[in-house]
Every structure is written in structure tokens, then in C-alpha cells.
Design a protein around this ligand. Sequence first.
Ligand code: GRG
Length: 316
Amino acid sequence: MVELAFGPDDTSGIYTISTAPAQVSFQDLWKQLCREVDVELNRSIDLLGPRCPDRLREACRYSLLGPGKRLRPILCLLACEALGGDRHIAMPFAVSLEMIHCYSLIHDDLPAMDDDDLRRGRPTSHIQFDESTAILAGDALQCLAFETVLRAELPPERLVDACQLLSRAAGAEGMVAGQMDDLWAEKHGGDAALLASIHARKTGAMIRASVQLGVVAAGGTAKDQEIMSGYGESIGIAFQIADDLLDIESSVENTGKRTGKDQERGKLTYPAIHGIAASREKAERFVAQAVELLSVYGSKAAPLQQLARYIIDRSH
Ligand code: GRG
């Protein structure tokens, strides 16, 4: 494992990117960030008021706290720190990204969409609860995400920017649009251009928004936003290619979801269009591009560069 120069903060024992001399692996940093994010995810469900029905609260908690990678929150926190910001300020944004992501997974797993019974190694929401509860949990998480953005202790104009970035990434021209076209392409087929356009929106838009929200939290410039957006776009494509390859080459034990489904459903995927070897090369190229883009930030961006590699080396 490559060791990076992260270290425990002198006083709190919490890792920060820039300060401490001790060597902490990327994996340890990731675990630390996951723990921090999970505390906040739990708290956000606890904060739901008494008028929230218990069953709905439990369905929200079940999906939100499921054993996922927390990729989007971590991207947000690391982007904020790469620009010299305090990641704790970015935490509400980070948590809101996971909420939108979880809502999309719940809805994607429904019988009307991908019809999956397994997610993150556990029964999907509509299997664990029932279909209507799953739909409503997704709806509730989506609304809660925007409320959570507004809890960040930042100037109002930055909260507006964050809400706008998040809603555009998730909405009718972003993730939802990508999902719509993906379902259409399952029935009607498509070419390399449609594939790229679907994934730039379905998966890529939320990944890009994750780093963009980190930039907003850190008070970054338009130039920072441009650089981080480029990084987000590149790793978004690499992430999707890796996901397509895992569907072919990995197992349910590794991924926690059914594999081999893309081909079964006639999905438009990178390996289906470009072949396995060319897809892998493409992913490598996008990761190299992402890493290069961040070189202007020096060692503060090392974790994001490491993360770009992890995206294609991961086993789940
Ligand atoms: C239903 C509006 C709506 C959108 C669904 C996100 C999505 C769009 C569909 C999920 C289907 C899928 C497997 C897409 C491939 C990329 C992806 C989003 C994988 C899951 O994300 P990870 O790997 O999951 O970050 P964890 O569980 O680790 O959070």
C-alpha cells in the first residue's frame, strides 16, 4: 500500500491532511472519514422530528447507514481540505450527498427500475420493508438532503450555491436524466456517444458535484471550481467503467450486489461497447488525467489523487 503524508492531529488524534508528520495510510484516512461521516448520518436521522413515522425513520436509517463506501462524502471533505478548508465545515454538504445517493439507490433497486433484491450485501429497501415504504424513504432522504445543506455554518450565498449544484447534479438534467436514458437504452440500444452521455449524468454528475460542494465549503475560486470539476468528471467516468467491469468480473460476495446483471438486462456499458481491455485502458487514462489536474495543489491534493487510483483498483 502506498503511504501518504497524512498524520494525526496533535490534539484530537483526528487525521488532517497537511499538518502531522506521522505516516497514515490512505486506507486509514478513508476509515477515519467514514467514521466521521457515519456519526453525522446517524445524527441526521435522530434529528427527524416526532411526526416522522417510526417505520419511515427506520427505512431511512437502514439505507443511509448501510455499509457503503461513502465515496461522495469523502470526495467532498477531501476537496475542501485540498483547498485549505476545514472539513468539519463541509460535513453537512458531505452528508447531503450521501442522502441523495442513497435515495437514488433505493429507487434504482425498485421493481419498476433495476429490480434488485440485494444492495450493500443486504436486502434492498423494498425487500426489507415494502415497496411503498422504500419509495417514501427515498423521497424523504431527498428532501432531507437539501435541509441538511442549509445547516452548514457558511454564508447564505454559499448555501445557495451548494443547493443549486446539488439539485442540478441530481435532477432532471443530471442523475435523473441519466437514469431515464439508461432505462430507454436498455430497450432501444445505443452507441458510444449515448453511453458516455448517460453515465456523465447518471453517475458522473453526483461525483462531480461532490468535489464541487467541497470547493464551495472551502470558499474556493472559479478556477478551483474548474479544476475540481475536471477532476470530478474524469474520475466519474473511471468510476463507471470500473463499475461495469466489476459487474462482469467480480462476485456478489465482493460487491454486495448481484453481478452479471448488465448483460442480462442488455445494458449499455463500457465493456459492451468498447470491450474489456479498451475499457480498462480508458479508465487508466481518465485517472491519469484526474491526477495531473490536481498537481497544482501539491501534497494537499495527494489524498484525492490516491482516491482516483482507488476508484479503478477497488474490488467493490
Ligand atoms: C433512481 C433517480 C434514480 C437514479 C439512479 C445511482 C443510480 C441512478 C443508479 C445506481 C445503479 C448503479 C449500480 C449505477 C452504477 C454506479 C453507481 C452509482 C454505483 C453505486 O455507487 P457506489 O459504488 O455504492 O458508490 P456504495 O454502496 O458504495 O455507496
